[in-house]
Design a protein around this ligand. Sequence first.
Ligand code: URA
Length: 230
Amino acid sequence: MGAEMTDRSRNMADLLHIFDKLGFDALPEALIANLESDKENLLKAIRNDIGNCKRCKLHTGRTNIVFGEGDPNTRLMFVGEGPGADEDATGRPFVGRAGKVLESLINKMGFRREDVYIANIVKCRPPGNREPEEDEIAACRGFIERQIESIAPDAIMTLGNVSTKTLLSTDKTIGQMRGDFYDYNGIKVMPTYHPSYFLRNPSKKVFTWNDAIKVLNYLGIEVISIKRKD
Ligand code: URA
């Protein structure tokens, strides 16, 4: 994945450099439109490659593959762990109780859910909502890596231990990692707590809000401080 990503980023950088030399302030709209539909098509191709996946044992218990959803041209991605019961039933990421918490964070950041892209490390529900195992992550991680490469967001918030450890190749815990930026193939990654953690510890939401503020600052988006109950 590394080499592919590097090539793609290098092509983009070369393109921007050439247009800059030609005296353009920005890429022509036609080219932008092309790049945008390109991202949608790349994601469709990844979903197509997943197919009716049987690459790991999780396929035996699943109802739906939960690929991910949102704006392919977003600047911000959220990456969770794996589908729970509601996600398995609907085929959509983060639609259960933890999803409501995530959506309220997204809204508080000034976005609608459909403005960002939400996906998971594994695409099928682990039984009893246990953490995905190493072999399951190994079988699936290529897909989230390709989703990230295709979307090429400016920032990613990893939600909890599994996505943080997988994308950042670390053994450190989310408690040790959260609140600082890390690099993933040139993309800024901000690890933060998994939304389900707040179902048990609502008072800890402030930590994730502080992490989110850092992401908004990095994206150059003004933080509008709204007083909310949550
Ligand atoms: N938890 C996750 O990590 N992902 C989901 O999609 C839902 C709950």
